[in-house]
Design a protein around this ligand. Structure first.
Ligand code: NAD
Ligand code: ZN
Length: 345
């Protein structure tokens, strides 16, 4: 049997194992993709470090990884719209098409979502098999690292486009890779003022480079009063919450003008967060929206359009390593002194 190298969660314990495993079978509606680049997401780090979430969710053995770009080398017999040789990335949420949300066209909210690299084998491997309907054709000229990063870029675009952007004053709380991407999107789309908050100096510098007009370190400055001064006492029109940190979420609702919007992408580690709902949300008439995944396929079309219009996220890709050096990549992730980390094959 033909084999491939892959990063496999072999045991219910920290770490991933680089080993040879069989090349996956290709079902009638699947495509087999030769992976050229795959990027490390926070989820992969959770699986690698074997935190409480992954202990609950992950059933080894599992090939981790879900963000990727590659070339189709085989298609199942029922696949018509994707051809061998196509360059592709993928929507990582596999949806059921039958639940209420799918019937309503809100596929990103499917009740039966399966995620590659979480529920089924993923892309930290030479080859990945995936339903062909999940594939997104790429311009073959697109750099594989950027192509792989379209999935998190989609999170950033979905969050940014949850409300008005052009001519708005918008704050981004948390400048991990997705927050940084959202700063770049806001800049490209003509935001009037972009304020970024982040506790890590390396990432604050990157936020400035990506177009933030002002960067604030909450460990050094009072975020809310600084934002109020910057906005003549009025507050920002929108907040993109990209940290999941309860303090940042509270600062987000407090720094908004009445009637503003906060789009929540960051996932709090403890789930429950305390807010002064009366004063900071209800009487301010805020629009509070949860953001899950990427709209299929509206967000992907927007990502393609932004890249075609010249959106440049390349400075956010701070490290490119061979797959074999995944442990170094995970350490860099943990340090916070990184943007997006790409593994190449
Ligand atoms: P990340 O963990 O790299 O980024 C979070 C950043 O927030 C870090 O740089 C951290 O230093 C910063 N931060 C921590 N406390 C802060 C504070 N008090 N104020 C300001 N910044 C603070 O994660 P990422 O990959 O960029 O993803 C961003 C968030 O989105 C994460 O919480 C992730 O779990 C979540 N996420 C959600 C979805 C979804 O579908 N809703 C999808 C992908 C990621
Ligand atoms: Zn569904």
């Amino acid at each position: 049997m033909d084999t491939m190298k892959a990063l496999v969660k072999t045991q219910r314990a920290p770490g991933l194992e680089l080993k040879r495993v069989p090349i996956p079978d290709v079902g009638a509606r699947d495509a087999l993709v030769r992976v050229m680049a795959t990027s490390i997401c926070g989820t992969d780090y959770h699986i690698y470090s074997w935190d409480v979430w992954s202990q609950d969710r992950i059933n080894p053995p599992l090939i981790a990884g879900h963000e990727f770009a590659g070339e189709v080398i085989e298609v199942g017999r029922d696949v018509t719209h994707i051809q061998v040789g196509d360059h592709v990335s993928a929507e990582t949420h596999i949806v059921c098409h039958h639940c209420a949300q799918c019937q309503l066209g809100a596929f990103h909210l499917c009740a039966n979502t399966e995620i590659i690299g979480v529920d089924i084998d993923g892309a930290f491997a030479e080859y990945v098999a995936i339903p062909a309907e999940n594939l997104w054709p790429n311009d073959p000229e697109l750099d594989p690292g950027i192509a792989s990063s379209q999935e998190p870029l989609g999170n950033a675009v979905h969050t940014a486009f949850d409300g008005p952007v052009a001519a708005q004053r918008i704050a981004v709380t948390g400048c991990g890779p997705i927050g940084l991407m959202s700063v770049a999107v806001l800049k490209k789309c003509g935001a009037q003022q972009i304020i970024a908050t982040e506790v890590n100096a390396f990432r604050l510098n990157l936020a400035r480079r990506m177009g933030a007009d002002v960067v604030i370190n909450p460990l050094e400055e009072d975020v809310v009063s600084t934002v109020m001064e910057l906005t003549d006492g009025g507050g920002v029109d929108g907040v993109l919450e990209m940290s999941g940190n309860p303090q940042a979420i509270n600062q987000g609702v407090k720094m908004l003008r009445p009637g503003g919007r906060i789009s929540l992408l960051g996932v709090p580690a403890e789930n429950e967060v305390t807010l002064d709902l009366s004063n900071d949300v209800i009487f301010k008439g805020l629009k509070v929206n949860g953001i899950a995944g990427r709209k299929m396929w509206e967000t992907w079309r927007n990502v393609r359009g932004l890249l075609a219009a010249g959106l440049d996220i390349s400075p956010i890709i701070t490290h490119t390593l061979p797959l074999e050096e995944f442990e170094k990549g995970m350490e860099l992730m943990a340090s916070g002194n990184s943007g997006k980390i790409i593994l190449t094959l």
